[in-house]
Design a protein around this ligand. Sequence first.
Ligand code: ATP
Length: 515
Amino acid sequence: MATQEEVFKKMVSHCKEYGFVFPSSDIYDGLAAVYDYGQMGVELKNNIKKYWWDSMVLLHENIVGIDAAIFMHPTTWKASGHVDAFNDPLIDNRDSKKRYRADVLIEEQIAKYDEKINKEVEKAAKKFGESFDAELFKSTNPRVQEHIQKREALHTRFAKALNDNNLDELKQIILDEGIVCPISGTKNWTDVRQFNLMFTTEMGSTADGSTKIYLRPETAQGIFVNYLNVQKTGRMRIPFGIAQIGKAFRNEIVARQFIFRMREFEQMEMQFFVRPGSEMEWFKHWKEFRLKWHKALGLGDEKYRFHDHEKLAHYANAATDIEFEMPFGFKEVEGIHSRTNFDLSQHAKYSGKKIEYFDPELNESYTPYVIETSIGVDRMFLSIMCGSYKEEQLEGGDSRVVLQLPPVLAPVKAAILPLVKKDGLPEKAREIMNSLKFDFKCVYDEKDSIGKRYRRQDAVGTPFCITVDHDTLNDNCVTVRYRDSMKQDRVKIDDLHALIDAQVNMKNLFRKLID
Ligand code: ATP
């Protein structure tokens, strides 16, 4: 059996081999933590974005979209707190010269205690069989109790150090826990320092006349600075939301795990403006809605969990992550934050403009509170790939790689395959393709044996293969082969549209979200 790590490596190579994701500027050996999406990847990515956008803007009459510029007035980032506080604590190992995020090293240590606890529980569960009571075991077994106590103590100390911004204490925790550099194996650590993650550039042509500006590290601020524009021109009434999809840039200290942590990435963010005092209710609402959105894709409910934040950002009064079980553990895919009225108040202060809402029902003005849902397109893409990539052993010793993508997201919905390249079969296949291509992304393939062509489609996650054979010319039927079961059915050409639509239409998912 391949380990999770090996499977992940293979999945990454698969992404390159089949045109999903390439390293950026590949011919120059790439650029660290920057990636390009290929011919398959861009289709999958666009489908993810459409699923998100429509679930916000189409399904909610009180949510509208915008598309703000990446460059923003530099005062934006002073007001938002990013110039002063958008930092990560970094630490270097003197022997390997490798740089790490101090908080991530400690979080990984906490995860190690969790693993130890889980292992003990699993071992005992095997030993005691059906009568096993995991909670009782955890509260009474001395070894497990010791692990739990150590974990809790570490957790409390870590949360306090983060909240106090105490960099010396973060280093001391790393030393006390005996955390070593995974490369050099030593504890020869530097002090912990703060590092601002924003990229800067200059706008304007002359050296003295130019202004330092930032590449936006989140799309959210483009929404806040447009709050008044949208509210007024759209005659929006609270509660309402503004959604946006766009690029963001962060000079991440450590970039690892493929497209999980990139320096240029894309976010899908929605800011929902509410009455002060109602924010916790809406926070709960959006938590539930967003989890439903993920689960509707059918990758397995057990792969998702909430994780509440140890340290609240300077603007938040509640925050949680939706995590997905990647091969390297449960990891954040989306953040849901209650941002209070921090951003709008700050922009009002720095711009000198009054940013308030007059509530006709209450007959009073106030600065709205905000619930934010923020998801990375690329991380979502990665979670979908990790959840879909399967290596299967088949009967007869054969094997295949199949991407069991949710059909609504699959880059190609159907492949049209004439059994042979003659006898009028290609013409018939083209005819079928032309009748389907207005609604579904289809490909035509006549090269190689039919078995090889099926495998190629499995590898990119195409849910339907449609084979045209000699009988088709007489009975107007084709063989439909299903990706996951590999079962084959004889289907009338006239029924193909409905058959495909039933699986790939996003309406199927939207219905699950609003019932
Ligand atoms: P992390 O703790 O992993 O650095 P974060 O909590 O700083 O992430 P947010 O600022 O909440 O992330 O951003 C919202 C979402 O944007 C994240 O849930 C993630 O999906 C995505 N995201 C953030 N940073 C990156 C990155 N460097 N590469 C890819 N996606 C990212």
